[in-house]
Unconditional design. Structure first.
Length: 325
């Protein structure tokens, strides 16, 4: 039986503005984007969200809260979807303003994970202004950096003033790492190696690397062992780990050989009706005896699970860990 006593916090819960999506549907890259989403969702969720028969919850707050309650998830960090390149830089799928309107009815359950990019495309000064405004005036607890849609990689030196401001504000950055899953965006901007130069110059900067940087997971783990403030997140890919658990056992087992388990966090980045499936997988995690024997992996204790499920992320986001559900 899953242990529902642990505090649970999920980052990277994407909302999209239905009105905006309906307005840009005629752009050629919209269908190309959805077709590429199908690829990652086949692995992570085991289904095709692009077919006419596909059913999945609307990506808005009133839907997410239902599945949070079903899965006994206490809090989530809600994130807009950018993808301005899909419409030729015309409009984002959703905005920080839309996100704040969405989460307002759910205080202490839904927090803002802002995104102020594409940072280089819009101008670093503009991004810095909005980051400071989001943190100081709008109670943003995290900030996402999504470099696949930008003009340069994470270690592009033009990003340095933005990282300096994040350090000044003491806000943790959540970062897409690994391959870019959608077109027309390149994967070269988010290889985990691009984190190395950033963290050498900004050792105090807290970064949470999403998706375990697949398919470069072991490189990310090595970097997290090297850099004190680099954390790794199972956001999205946890859906794949639940569907093929030995893949997850090896990833987590290897990670815990290199880093303290307090540096591993959860995330969602999945259709909202997958929430209970992936949260219960972590609640029930046990390292198989054969892998402990043959690979030397440590057991996954209740304390480790409590950290992964929510306590580690709550510390980074500076929120309390009282149970909400």
């Amino acid at each position: 039986m899953a242990n529902n006593d642990h505090f649970v916090a999920l980052s990277e819960c994407h909302f999209m503005n239905p009105q905006t999506l309906s307005e840009i549907n005629y752009y050629p890259n919209v269908q190309r984007w959805w077709d590429s989403v199908d690829g990652v969702m086949r692995a992570w969720a085991g289904r095709d969200l692009t077919s006419e028969e596909a059913e999945w919850p609307a990506p808005v707050a009133e839907e997410l809260i239902k599945y949070m309650d079903e899965a006994a998830v206490d809090v989530c960090f809600c994130l807009r979807e950018g993808m301005m390149d899909i419409s030729g830089q015309t409009v984002a799928f959703s905005t920080n303003g839309f996100m704040m309107q969405q989460i307002e009815p759910y205080p202490e359950r839904m927090y803002l994970e802002c995104m102020v990019g594409p940072i280089l495309r819009r101008g670093v000064d503009n991004a810095i202004w909005e980051l400071e405004h989001m943190v100081k005036e709008c109670n943003a607890k995290l900030c996402k950096v999504y470099q696949p849609e930008d003009l340069g990689a994470l270690d592009d030196k033009r990003m340095w003033p933005f990282y300096e401001k994040a350090c000044e504000l003491d806000v943790a950055l959540t970062v897409h790492t690994g391959m870019s899953y959608v077109v027309p965006q390149p994967s070269s901007h988010t290889h985990p190696d691009t984190l190395d130069k950033v963290l050498l110059d900004f050792p105090e900067l807290k970064m949470i690397a999403y998706h375990m940087a697949w398919p470069h997971t072991e490189e990310l783990i090595g970097l997290a062992g090297k850099h004190q403030n680099l954390y790794i997140s199972m956001s999205g890919i946890v859906g794949w780990y639940e569907r093929s658990p030995y893949r997850g056992y090896h990833a987590l087992g290897t990670a815990m050989q290199w880093i303290d388990p307090s540096k591993i966090v959860m995330g969602l980045d999945l259709p909202f009706d997958d929430t209970k499936r992936v949260v219960d997988w972590v609640r029930n995690l046990e390292m198989p005896d054969e892998l402990r024997k043959n690979y030397g992996y440590d057991d996954i204790t209740e304390d480790i699970k409590a950290g992964i499920l929510g306590k580690n992320l709550a510390k980074l986001a500076k929120i309390d860990t009282k149970k909400r559900v």
